[in-house]
Design a protein around this ligand. Structure first.
Ligand code: MN
Length: 231
């Protein structure tokens, strides 16, 4: 097979403990999945889950123990952090029941759903798509994937984010409005999930702005943390 232009490289993430990597297919994101975050965004926190996407090549890989540089994106003066549990799908499927969801999960990682909040808010006001606020280049810093069997306590794990050593976000995965299995059930009713899909499961309260020079340290108990410097 030959192509008229060079095909893009496969985006991939490292897997903890082995050399083989996890190839990324799509990135789905859940909106407002913690009550206090929904409230800080002006909503009740009792709505059905809804979804948006980022392109696979928005991944910014945060390797273990290294600080990854994230270029401050254009067109915004209000770049926000959203620390999130990321679910990596290993077995695809449509109309997956919550009770069967675990069989479809390869593993978990720590991710940041970086957001151009000013642009997202403009789009909300105008009833337009969120792409420009959510799906920009380098908008998805993610750490290495830990296989699910190695983190049996993930569903009650602590999740937190510090900026320049100060606490910004601190919560528990147990506080998800729609848990991981329910999210997979809802998402797979709308799209056929594929091996390689990633799901950002939503952020707890405490989102806020970062500026050039800030260092973000995100962690979820049992997973490898990420460290990102905005440049
Ligand atoms: Mn988010």
């Amino acid at each position: 097979m030959s192509y008229v232009i060079t095909p893009p490289a496969t985006v991939s993430l490292p897997v903890v403990g082995i050399a083989d990597r996890f190839p990324v297919h799509r990135i789905y994101c859940v909106g407002r999945n913690y009550v206090e975050h929904a409230q800080e965004m002006g909503h009740s926190g009792r709505e059905a889950p809804f979804f948006f996407m980022k392109p696979a090549d928005a991944v910014l890989l945060a390797e273990r123990g290294q600080t990854v540089a994230m270029p401050y994106p254009p067109l915004t003066t209000n770049l926000h952090h959203e620390i999130e549990l990321v679910v990596a799908i290993g077995v695809g499927g449509a109309n997956i029941k919550a009770a069967d969801a675990a069989k479809h999960i390869y593993g978990y990682a720590v991710g940041l759903d970086m957001t151009r909040r000013d642009l997202q808010n403009d789009m909300k006001k105008q009833g337009r798509p969120w792409c420009i606020g959510k799906g920009f280049d380098h908008s998805a810093p993610i750490g290495p994937i830990t296989p699910a069997a190695q983190v049996p306590g993930i569903h009650t794990a602590a999740i937190q984010l510090q900026v320049n050593g100060q606490d910004r976000q601190r919560s528990s995965i147990a506080k998800l409005i729609w848990n991981v299995a329910e999210t997979i059930e809802q998402l797979s009713s709308a799209w056929t999930l594929q091996p390689g899909d990633l799901i950002f499961t939503g952020t707890p309260e405490g989102v806020g702005a970062v500026v050039r020079g800030d260092t973000l340290v995100g962690s979820i108990d049992g997973l490898q943390g990420i460290q990102v410097r905005v440049e």
